[in-house]
Design a binder for this molecule. Structure first.
Ligand code: ADP
Ligand code: MG
Length: 447
């Protein structure tokens, strides 16, 4: 965009952000922002107050900056978030859940297209989908209570749990539900503690037939909220109310949660969602392009489905960006444009790789702990993985040898260099090691 309109650009950026963020987060922090001014390459964005501006900056600043550069093609753009000094008071996210305390179902925070109609069923998500459908039809069977859906990021958990809410709402039989992200529940609990008044918190669970809680893994470390939640869970369950939970991992891997909660999570149906197979990815792409009223060739579909394998949100992100490009440039989406777009998404993945997630992936692969990798032991079964981690860090991040060394308990840069050399040499004679490293690299960089 040469002569670009920054106000337009911000609106565009918001609509993209809305597609990639949880709706509750978007509504709470970004929705009320607006373009204020452009100073050279600094775009000034106004928020309702400085509290929201500060939060938005720390949580989404980098993401939004990247988005705005992607959309505009101007790599020099930077964002500044401003707002008048905040009146001390609750953030908007806290008031979200407070609004419904009366036993009515709240649909304001549901994404309109997260419905069953818009959910492509494949072998990867069949059981979770069947469970969600059964629950929404009111099968009311103890074997589905709770329904616990788990899977990696961007695989459709929020979509499915909201689809249940939509279905309950549309059917209009007056069955009440409460859809709640676990982060909001925790916020709400903290507020109750601050005000020393738990009645509102408890009311969240009153007079509902369905409790739909998204991202239950966020209860980790929230001892008090867990305790309260445990009692509410029992009450609802005993009264035959349906509970649906989502999580990024299976119950038994929620190690930081109380054992008694974990065992309750396993009372009903535990269903996982895996990354979609190729055919399912194609079907999802077709649906997404249809929504955008954009037609693309089969080659382009195939290219996208083959490049992005692990995360439906990334698939959706690419489709939304291609649609935006097509609208802004009034061009058809051809293979060239698709390739450029995918390459830039892959680039941003690589930028997100950190020492921490490389270490975790390597540790998991070699069956040792991240702590052991970072520690001092020099046994071969730890030494080799440690050296592999150093070498992948050098390759996949922009960390210097010195930074890598200090990440590994303050080793110096020559140790790091020697380690990398050694792995290079070992790889030449050890095909198994070479395969392992290639697989790790693929895992870390694939999307
Ligand atoms: P999660 O909560 O598991 O991180 P989401 O439910 O937010 O993931 O899904 C990410 C994006 O992918 C959403 O835009 C969602 O609509 C889309 N999506 C995921 N799975 C499917 C599917 N099977 N069919 C259609 N869209 C899907
Ligand atoms: Mg989610």
């Amino acid at each position: 965009m040469d002569s670009f309109n920054p106000a337009e650009l911000w609106i565009q950026c918001l609509s993209e952000a809305k597609n990639s963020l949880e709706s509750t987060e978007f509504e709470a922090w970004l929705k009320k922002s607006s373009f204020e001014d452009l100073n050279g390459s600094l775009m000034v964005i106004r928020f309702p107050n400085s509290f929201v501006a500060g939060h938005a900056k720390s949580r989404f600043g980098e993401f939004l900056e990247e988005l705005i550069r992607d959309i505009s093609g101007r790599k020099d753009l930077a964002l500044q978030f401003i707002g008048d000094p905040a009146k001390p008071g609750p953030s908007s996210s806290i008031s979200l859940s407070a609004r419904r305390a009366s036993g009515q179902s709240d649909t304001a925070f549901l994404r309109s297209n997260y419905t069953f109609d818009h959910f492509v069923v494949g072998p990867n998500n069949q059981l979770a989908h069947a469970g969600a459908l059964a629950v929404s039809r009111g099968s009311n069977s103890a074997s589905y209570n709770p329904l616990f859906i788990y899977g990696g990021v961007g695989l459709g958990k929020t979509h499915l749990i909201q689809a249940i809410a939509h279905s309950l709402h549309q059917e209009g039989k007056g069955r009440t539900f409460h859809y709640l992200s676990t982060e909001l529940l925790v916020d709400r609990y903290i507020k109750s503690v601050l005000q020393n008044d738990f009645s509102k918190f408890r009311k969240l669970f009153h007079n509902i037939d369905f409790l739909l809680m998204d991202d239950i893994q966020f209860l980790k470390g929230k001892e008090q909220t867990q305790e309260e939640f445990f009692h509410r869970f029992n009450e609802l369950h005993q009264n035959g109310k349906q509970i649906v939970l989502t999580s990024d991992r299976p119950p038994h891997e929620l190690q930081d949660l109380h054992e008694r909660l974990i065992s309750r999570f396993q009372w009903g149906l535990v269903a996982d969602i895996k990354p979609p197979e190729y055919e399912t990815r194609i079907a999802i792409l077709q649906l997404l392009f249809r929504d955008e009223k954009l037609s693309v060739s089969h080659d382009v579909l195939d290219y996208i489905a083959s490049s992005i394998r692990k995360n439906v949100r990334q698939l959706a992100g690419v489709v939304h960006r291609l649609a935006a490009i097509s609208r802004l440039t009034d061009c058809e989406i051809n293979m060239d444009i698709a390739q450029r777009e995918i390459r830039s998404s892959l680039g941003s993945i690589t930028r997100r790789l950190t020492a921490g997630n490389i270490t975790s992936a390597v540790a998991e692969n070699f069956n040792v702990s991240p702590g052991q990798l970072k520690g001092k032991q020099r046994k071969r079964n730890i030494l080799i993985p440690r050296q592999v981690a150093m070498s992948l860090m050098r390759e996949l991040t922009s960390m210097s040898l010195k930074e890598i060394g200090s990440f590994f308990s303050g080793r110096d840069h020559s140790t790091v260099l020697n380690s990398i050399d050694r792995i290079d040499k070992l790889k030449k004679h050890d095909a198994e090691l070479e395969r392992t490293i290639a697989e790790l690299r693929r895992k870390l960089t694939s999307i």
